[in-house]
Design a protein around this ligand. Structure first.
Ligand SMILES: C[S@@+](CC[C@H](N)C(=O)[O-])C[C@H]1O[C@@H](n2cnc3c(N)ncnc32)[C@H](O)[C@@H]1O
Length: 398
């Protein structure tokens, strides 16, 4: 059993447990870490790049620790002794069944979780996460009709890990009970909660930095020249999740001489939960550690307890709203640049076609569309010219 399988199992048996993923941040480790976050891991810690298991000096702990002994005090110091923390090994690190179990047992014992579980009957109640085939098909259809996301036949773990906390919160016994409630169509909030839980909100500051570099070096100088009289620009971060994409753009503009311009950045997402988070502009340490240069953290953020909040001038440049990308968007524009990254990968071809067509209608002629690395307008919408800037593909509206 590798770390991810272990995580799945722990999630099933202890849905409320905070789970930390401890993995090396090489390419494979990073992919595993992302997978762990999707599966419901609460936090992640980088693991030293070691060849052997425990002899290299650790960048986190600074000493030659056997890492299993070192990570637990580290995790406790960061998250408090009363919280339950488990660290799982990544698949790449070949954590054997025994190692995983020993590790979990060590953490459970040390965090006094067992005692907590014994005193809290809610925690001990086991939720049946197995989904009957007809309910699996119902959930697939439901999510597709509500938000456009296609979940294939092999996404059981995703439904299980995302829906188990909802089952528990509503005092139900299983995901099948939840499906019965959804079928009865009596609770719109529950409906929305389930669909929101099935959206993947992964994002971070300066995601795909080459795209921001293309904006900085090519698009912004061009707009500065063309709009020097009106000095106004409009941008849209479509599927903005918790706002890092829109705020990265705001900081980029401030850093590049647009402070006195009239800038409007719109961030939109289907999920009310992430839109609400984006409006607050408050991020945890782990979120500002991902991709954001330290100089920008110091310049544009203020401490908010243990977290960081974007300063008011940055927040004022961005407005967030809930919008389903499948609806008509013609009235939103016109924009100079639209980000629509890492969301169309979840849609079927008809939905992609409609979304790209609508986005085209919101762009100025010559305006840019930027997509995620696995996305394209090719064979979807012909009214974009593909141009290469550095090693980035940008789609220019005709
Ligand atoms: C993986 S995040 C991408 C965030 C950001 N664009 C990035 O690349 O870092 C995908 C986002 O798309 C949103 N989403 C999914 N379906 C949507 C829809 N039909 N309309 C609007 N947003 C949607 C999800 O809620 C989620 O926040």
């Amino acid at each position: 059993m590798n770390g991810l399988e272990m995580l799945r199992r722990v999630r099933r048996e202890y849905p409320q447990l905070r789970v930390g993923m401890f993995s090396t941040l090489n390419e494979r480790g990073a992919a595993i870490t992302l997978e762990a976050l999707i599966l419901g891991a609460t936090t992640t810690w980088p693991r030293p790049r070691t060849k052997g298991r425990s002899t290299a000096p650790s960048p986190i702990f600074g000493k030659r620790y056997p890492e299993d002994q070192a990570v637990l005090p580290y995790a406790r110091a960061q998250h408090g002794g009363s919280q339950a923390l488990i660290s799982t090994r990544g698949a790449a690190s070949a954590g054997s069944l025994t190692a995983c179990f020993l590790w979990v047992r060590l953490c459970l014992r040390s965090c006094a979780l067992r005692a907590e579980l014994k005193t809290d009957p809610m925690e001990r109640r086991t939720i049946i996460t197995e989904i009957l085939p007809e309910n699996y098909r119902f959930l697939q259809k439901h999510v597709h009709s509500q938000v456009g996301i296609v979940l294939e036949d092999n996404k059981h773990y995703l439904f299980e890990s995302r829906l188990a906390p909802i089952v528990k919160q509503h005092g139900l016994g299983s995901i099948n009970d939840l499906c019965a409630l959804l079928r009865a169509k009596r609770d719109v909030d529950l409906d929305h909660q389930v669909v929101e839980a099935m959206t993947t909100n992964e994002t971070y500051f300066y995601r795909d930095p080459a795209q921001y570099e293309a904006i900085r070096t090519v698009l912004l100088p061009k707009l500065k020249q063309e709009r020097r009289d009106r000095r106004n620009l409009r941008f849209w971060s479509a599927a903005s999740s918790s706002g890092q994409e829109a705020y990265t753009l705001a900081m980029l503009l401030l850093e590049n001489g647009f402070k006195d311009w009239n800038i409007q950045i719109l961030g939109t997402d289907f999920s009310e939960k992430v839109v609400e988070r984006a409006r607050c502009g408050i991020y945890q340490q782990i979120e500002v550690d991902r991709g954001l240069p330290a100089a920008l953290l110091v310049k544009y953020f203020n401490r908010s307890g243990l977290d960081w909040q974007l300063s008011e001038p940055v927040r004022k440049m961005v407005r967030f709203d809930t919008i389903d990308l499948r609806k008509s968007m013609r009235t939103l524009g016109p924009f100079d640049l639209v980000f629509c990254r890492n969301v169309m990968i979840y849609f079927d071809n008809d939905t992609k076609r409609n979304v790209v067509k609508e986005i085209h209608s919101t762009l100025f002629r010559g305006g840019w569309l930027l997509l995620g690395g696995a996305e394209t307008t090719f064979s979807i919408e012909e009214r974009f010219d593909r141009e290469t800037v550095g090693n980035v593909t940008v789609y220019v509206a005709r």
